[in-house]
Design a protein around this ligand. Structure first.
Ligand code: EZ4
Ligand code: CO
Length: 403
């Protein structure tokens, strides 16, 4: 089998998605998600200008060699743009393999280790009462795990909180990033009381998660973790920016709150210390930004040695192609932990028809050959790319901060 062509599409059915379609002979094609929120055209150009020309004529079954060809062969290693491009290629090649062999991708990764994957939903609100309502709604939909984010008194914006009743989507279609204002003091004074109210209303049968979105110092995170211990969180996500892996050591010394990190990691070298020193409990890399299924299987295997489970990033900027890949990966590995599930809008679901499904708090991977996701090119074309940016964040005195 040979790769005969590959094309990149950028569409915007509510938000931008970069989709790679690789064609092999015998009429088989595979899909990969190359979306990098706010940097979409950079990944598209990396693919079309640099990687695709080297892919033509290759055997799509050679996923291991092709991955190393692009990772080592490019000389300039790592980085989100490169790794998202390589990740999309790898995903599409596994899709082709599955289709050519007539079997779902999970069967190529070790078969089914479980029948369904525990999923967590997002609940958010501008204040405590709206947030309690949002949690109630997600529980009513069947979720057994809910990530809770809430507006902070005295701050106009908080990460993860939608405005105007529309589902949260952090990127905005604007000519420049929107600027938000942040105060760690206000946030830390508020969050423990929020979780008091949530546990009071919903009890302990529901798993609760919270995302700090990289905004704390280790000692602040340790304090927050300690204060949330009575609430038995499923995890505290991205408590500190993780460029400095050692940052997690201080948190670990002070609190037993389970920790999760990894949505911005691109390779195992972003987390090898976190894994080997058991500084986190969940590794959150996903198939697209983590460079594909090929490296993620290895990272998961390394994590398993250190009692660490997976919790793949699944925000709406991962397209249904990536979510499906995460589910096939999650079905196959032994140390699956949980899958983030931020539901795509209806138009996105039409552009990417898929056979995975949600039932009673769990996501089920599909049974179609390959990844089980298709791409409606004609519909995608009606919703062309629109420039979009993630926000930037400043402290109240104007200092540029982590968003
Ligand atoms: O901010 O995917 O856990 N989920 C997250 C996401 C990220 C977005 C950035 O594009 O932190 O909402
Ligand atoms: Co996050």
């Amino acid at each position: 089998m040979k790769i005969s062509d590959a094309r990149v599409f950028i569409c915007s059915p509510g938000r931008n998605f970069v989709t790679l379609k690789i064609y092999a002979d015998e009429g088989v094609y595979g899909l990969g998600d190359a979306t990098l929120n706010g940097r979409e055209t950079a990944v598209a150009s990396c693919l079309t200008e640099h990687l695709i020309p080297c892919l033509l004529g290759r055997n799509p079954f050679d996923t291991e060699d092709i991955w190393h060809y692009f990772y080592r062969g490019g000389y300039w290693r790592r980085g989100p743009v490169t790794m998202a491009a390589i990740g999309a290629i790898d995903m599409a090649l596994w899709d082709i393999k599955g289709k050519a062999l007539g079997t779902p991708v999970y069967n190529l990764l070790g078969g089914k280790s479980r029948t369904k994957m525990l999923a967590y939903a997002h609940a958010n609100g501008a204040d405590v009462s709206q947030t309690l309502d949002a949690v109630e709604q997600e529980i009513a939909l069947g979720y057994k795990a809910v990530r809770v984010q809430c507006g902070v008194p005295g701050l106009a914006h908080a990460y993860g909180v939608a405005s105007g009743g529309i589902p949260y989507e952090p990127a905005s279609r604007s000519t420049r990033p929107i600027e938000e204002v942040w105060s760690t003091e206000k946030y830390l004074n508020f969050i423990p009381a929020l979780f008091d109210k949530i546990r009071e209303k919903f009890g302990f049968d529901i798993h609760l998660l919270h995302d700090c979105h990289n905004r704390l110092t280790p000692i602040e995170a340790a304090r927050l973790g300690k204060s949330l211990e009575p609430h038995n969180l499923f995890w505290l996500e991205d408590p500190v920016p993780a460029e400095l892996q050692e940052g997690f050591q201080a948190i670990r010394r002070h609190t037993v709150v389970p920790l999760a990190a990894g949505e911005v990691f691109n390779t195992v070298y972003d987390c090898h210390k976190l894994l080997a020193e058991q500084l986190i409990d969940y590794i959150r890399m996903t198939v697209s930004h983590g460079g594909g299924i090929t490296p993620l299987i290895k990272t998961a295997a390394m994590a398993a040695v250190y009692h660490i489970k997976t919790g793949c990033h699944g925000a709406t900027d991962m397209s249904p192609v990536c979510l499906s890949a995460a589910l096939h990966f999650g079905a196959a590995i032994n140390n699956f932990g949980i899958q983030e599930h931020m539901r795509h809008n209806e138009l996105t679901r039409e552009v990417f028809p898929h056979d995975y499904s949600f039932k009673d708090g769990y996501l089920l991977s599909g049974e179609r050959p390959g990844l089980g996701v298709d791409f409606d090119e004609a519909l995608a074309k009606k919703h062309p790319y629109q420039r979009a940016y993630l926000p930037v964040n400043r402290l109240e005195d104007g200092t540029l901060f982590h968003w």
